[in-house]
Design a protein around this ligand. Structure first.
Ligand code: C2E
Ligand code: MG
Ligand code: MG
Ligand code: MG
Length: 291
């Protein structure tokens, strides 16, 4: 079954759930019980530095281990949670779970790395962010172990409000990254005014960066822009050595993708923390990727 496959192998019929009214209703009912029933799971995808392949962070990605349908990816239930008014409890759960894992890893004597949490526009701008942060803060962790990823669509309505929130997060030691960068419509001027710390190049550009001149031009422009603005850059969705070679030549310092590490459950993430650099999931790349 899909459940036994675990990991990133999602049930094949997931996509049919989208737009199917009955399924959707069932799923919504199930989702209400999923959080108290402990059916949500976090997977952690490593962010890896170049050229030394150190583990520099994780991104927390939520999954739903549905009792009958198996492991469901966020695309099947995050929007549903938004529409059904359950995104608050879901986001709360993610913040708390991240805090609990960090506390456990710190207490185990490991050297933790920051974990990034995806926050939807409504959650970021809404009244609950403070409460979500409180759920994390109960674990009394040192600064710098949590990051937040937002998307460009967060900035559509009230840019000044976004600025204030990002500023107060930064002051609280929480870095904010712009996810899926390049796919939205944020102006470069607004980017300059927003105190974010990181740009994440969307997979749409990484995908063809090794052969498509336009993709490479966009990736290169984002990397230069970030350098000029003093921001970090992460290239998302790196799957091949060819992509990695080009990104490295463009001076991209951090990559995240299946090539250097798939999203893994906590038990495997902890093994990555235990292991000294270079990260074992990138083994084989060190000698073979062109400098
Ligand atoms: P995202 O934040 O852009 O996350 C990256 C997505 O790309 C993840 O999909 C990840 O598994 C996938 N990915 C990573 N490397 C590769 C690669 O090399 N190739 C390919 N093809 N894909 C790669 P996932 O886990 O299905 O998440 C999808 C989206 O769901 C995320 O996109 C994020 O927007 C959202 N999401 C995930 N977790 C949460 C959450 O806790 N809260 C909210 N609000 N949204 C979440
Ligand atoms: Mg993200
Ligand atoms: Mg992304
Ligand atoms: Mg993306």
């Amino acid at each position: 079954t899909a459940k036994q496959l675990g990991g990133n192998h999602f049930a094949f019929f997931d996509r049919d759930l989208h737009g199917n009214a009955k399924n959707r209703f069932d799923l919504e009912t199930d989702l209400r019980r999923a959080i108290p029933a402990g059916e949500l799971v976090l997977h952690f995808q490593p962010k890896v530095s170049l050229p030394d392949y150190r583990l520099v962070g994780f991104e927390a990605l939520v999954r739903w281990l549905h009792p009958e349908r198996g492991m469901l990816p966020p695309v099947t239930f995050v929007n549903l949670a938004e529409e059904a008014g359950m995104i608050g409890p879901l986001t709360r759960w993610v913040f708390e779970a991240v805090g609990r894992h960090q506390r456990e890893w710190l207490d185990a004597g490991l050297h933790p790395v920051p974990i990034a949490i995806n926050v939807s526009p409504r959650e970021f701008l809404g009244d609950l962010l403070e409460e979500h942060l409180t759920a994390y803060k109960q674990f009394d962790l040192p600064d710098g172990l949590m990051e937040i990823e937002i998307t460009e669509s967060t900035m559509i309505d009230d840019f000044d409000r976004v600025c204030r929130i990002v500023t107060s997060l930064t002051e609280a030691g929480i870095k904010v990254a712009m996810d899926d960068f390049g796919t939205g419509y944020s102006s470069l001027a607004s980017l300059n005014r927003l105190p974010i710390s990181t740009l994440k190049i969307d997979r749409a550009f990484t995908k063809d960066v090794d052969w498509d001149r336009a993709s490479r031009a966009v990736a290169s422009a984002i990397i230069s822009l970030a350098a000029e603005l003093g921001l970090d850059v992460v290239a998302e969705g790196v799957e091949t050595r060819e992509q990695l070679t080009v990104l490295r030549a463009l001076k991209c310092r951090v990559v995240q993708g299946f090539l250097t590490g798939r999203p893994v459950p906590a038990q495997e993430a902890v093994e990555l923390l235990r292991h000294p650099a270079p990260i074992p999931t990138a083994r084989g790349l060190i000698e073979t990727v062109a400098p």
